[in-house]
Design a protein around this ligand. Sequence first.
Ligand code: AMP
Ligand code: ZN
Length: 448
Amino acid sequence: MELRLYNTQTRKKELFRPIKSNGVGFYSCGPTIYWYQHIGNMRTYIFNDILKRVLLYNKFKVKHVMNYTDVGHLTSDEDTGEDKIEKAAKKEGKTAREITDYYSKVFEQDCKKLNIIKPSIIARATDNIKEQINLINVLTKKHYTYKTSDGIYFDTSKLKDYGKLAKLNIKELQEGKRIGIKEKRNKTDFALWKFSEEPGVRQQEWDFEGKKGYPGWHIECSAMSSKYLGKQFDIHTGGREHIPVHHTNEIAQSEAAFGKKPWVKYWLHAEWLTFKGKKISKSTGGLYTISELERQGFDPLDFRYLTLTTIYRKRLNFDMESLKSARISFEKLKNIILELKNKKNSKGDVKQYNKKFLEAVNDDLNVPKGLSILWQVLRDNKIGSRKKYSLALKFDKVLGLNLKNVRKEIIPRRLKEWKKSDEIREAIRKKGYQVEDTSEGYKIKKSL
Ligand code: AMP
Ligand code: ZN
């Protein structure tokens, strides 16, 4: 059963064949660590995790690299505005490093709560300045760059196929108004390096070209992915808004510098989590974080379960009602798993289910279908408890719902007691306490 993935580059589901026989090179654009990651961001990281788990389920060895953007991402995804990290440091009265250390730690805790497997390598942009400068120098030697008063830019007109990922209509784009492009030669040109406006004011700046400055946002991903995965690798992922700018520019600079085409064989993009039909974003308030969902009495894995009910290429609209129904289904599932545990009956043949599950997840990560196959197994009277249990744990290698560690909760959580359980938890919360499930049962803690 072969794995097929939808490649944004070709707009087709393609058979997945890694470039090298010894493993899969996989790069994901990571968070900009200046603020909490909201649940929309977390949907994208769950998608990355599912992709990795499906690769592992297919017995591929995976080297997964993710970056932390801790410099250079401006408030506009283009080359204008303030550096998000510098802005947050000013606002919170902290050093840039304090900001990025704090938010990366929270992010890592959230990933753990969502049972996301850690990347093989996490690379910070500020730890790889030398690599980024080297890459800019390679591009300059090949005549792809030019200097302006505020930075070093990539000349996109030097590439015939610039914009191919997003299928941008370059002619139309360039012919548009030239407002705001200042000294740039073409509208689509982008900054590889920016000079500090006033040296000594920014917290994070480095010497290059005889001045103080800092890297542009796109160069970090090309520099760090090639450092760890080589000049050509298998899979690159990110949220879908990265297609027209960030990933388009990553491709331009990498193919120009490394001379390999395609630089990346498969591009996969996650659709958004929306709220009232609009993309959830930090700039519009960010809505919920994982901790906020916990404060409201949810298990972070309830949110993971919710995301598994829609394929990654479809928008998922978030509301409390759908999260609550995900919780009900997940609780049902956990209770069934608990009942099956330690039972002996191993009648029945699960070969067909095994096959159907693999077919589903290998069809461009159709996890909702995989989940429904799990439910079919659990409802099938011809299959014994022991077989159901071990198959559920096997499927969970992809789903990542941590079914192996499900434990009995002391507060009633059986189906018919759901309402009662919620009422009890709510009453406890109103008194200023929180119910926390731990490996020794539940604990009641004073809310912060
Ligand atoms: P950022 O920290 O803003 O750079 O975003 C981190 C990741 O989250 C990127 O891959 C984004 O594409 C993704 N992302 C941002 N907003 C959403 C959303 N509403 N739904 C899904 N993914 C998102
Ligand atoms: Zn990136």
